[in-house]
Design a protein around this ligand. Sequence first.
Ligand SMILES: [Fe+2]
Ligand SMILES: [Fe+2]
Length: 320
Amino acid sequence: MKFSKLFQRCVDIGIDADVRGRKQIEKTLKKEEKRQAKLEGKEKEFADNERTWNPYSDCRIINGNGNEEIKRLVVGIDIETPEMLLIDRLRAKGEKIDGVLIHHPEGRALADLDKVMDLQVDVLASLGVPVNHSEAHLRPRQDRVWRSIHADNLFRTERAAELLGIPAFCCHTITDNLVWRFIEKTICKKEFDDLGEILNALLEIPEYKEYARKGNPPIIVNGSRNSRPGKITATEFTGGTNGPEDQLIAQSHAGVGTILSMHVTEKTLDEAKKHHVNMVQCSHMASDALGINLLLDILGKEEKQLSTVDISGFIRVKRK
Ligand SMILES: [Fe+2]
Ligand SMILES: [Fe+2]
């Protein structure tokens, strides 16, 4: 499959799994297109055209012209210069590798990470948290993320890929949407007597099973195996990065009893304790791997020749 087509298909799959729904997303993209059409001068020069069709600011091609033919893809959760060197080494040893799928954003996908966080407002709205509250909570956190990333050395991985001639793209919120939807469906919508049963259900999922075997199982960070779950949600699975701790309080007020997450900040955990919200920290890497696997299952069905090499925390599990 042509690289640009592969990436466009990934965006499309992300939209299919998005809590906002295709209609709302398309409306936002249209608005952005109209806004950009009116720009002039410097504003026009620096406008990001990608934002008129791709709603995921943390997903984009960071190296390549899009015309490359992709059959064999290296897939990893964190890809930086060392991993690029590994890929180059594998190629030198005879592995045919056409490109790399990076989960955690690099380059411009990282520079624009804060812009994808708006999605959190809609995830929380699906639980009954008023959008005006979530927006007000989210803004200061988004500003902090923007300022903090702004100071990073953002384009090292991109440059390494460029020098080594490795087509590369970031696929972050797209696959986080897929794992969010999967966990909502397979865990959150079901009835459990206690948190212990939730852990057991997670351990039935191959990615969590494999990571547990290696010493990185899902853990309860607030509550106990005997705690009753109440209303379960997976709000911490998608939306760029951790939201502010105010979101935890808002969810508690909206009647949430247990939050499943990939990773929990200490401040959020403190609030969870104060507000008696149970928290399960599912393995971060297993969760990210699960989302990527769901994407690859769809792509693999459409592109029979596509094959992958797992590196950097990713493990390929195929589902029917
Ligand atoms: Fe992720
Ligand atoms: Fe992650």
